[in-house]
Design a protein around this ligand. Sequence first.
Ligand code: 6PG
Length: 242
Amino acid sequence: MTTAHAIHPCPAWAQAFIVHDTLEGLSMAVAQRIAQISAHAIGERGLFRIALAGGETPRRCYEQLRHALVDWKHVQVYFCDERCLPYGDAARNDTMAQEALLRHVAIPAGNVHAAIAERGARIAAMEYADIVEHALPFDLVLLGMGEDGHTASLFPGNPATKQDDTVVPVFNAPKPPPERVSLSMSALNGARAKIFLVAGEAKRAALKRMTHGDALPAACVLGAEWHIDRAALPEELVLAGR
Ligand code: 6PG
């Protein structure tokens, strides 16, 4: 049994900040939240549109989500970002999502909308925008955060963070591969709900900078529910929560 607690007051850019004792607890809790939000969306609108994140922390959550109660035939899956690598490459976010989650659940293949990132960032961004624009607003975007405060494939100082098109091409990413395609900051912000999953000590410095007002990309996604593990929690937020 793992426990979690909310930080009050939480930073201005977040809607809620929930600290979990362990990565496993975090992953299970977010999987339950996704199931809850999906049931609400399906009840209200007949479908649930989710954009998935890449990265190791989201992967752990997807493994838990396999076992959650989700009406998969009414779920439409999109991706917050994709790495420009050959289709099926083990480092692609859609490959990871297939292996960790999608091939284990009863989702129709036509409900999974991947970016054709192997065609290069510029073409992939244009083509994915055509697909994604019919899906807006997303009911939920899931996001990870890198050690430098990037989210999706929006990296600090990269021109893609300032572009307003729904889907943006990304070049010169500091994390390999350098070429990517990403939902834009405005597309992320337009989602009905946003959830961050952040774990590990290596993330603490970026969270600390954001708490001090540094507008790193992850802090520019406004009103998200943040789920972090204890290792990622900076002292500033421990104090704020007392
Ligand atoms: C990517 C991801 C990226 C990821 C974070 C966190 O393509 O790299 O979309 O935004 O979510 O870097 O990843 P970890 O949980 O592995 O640190």
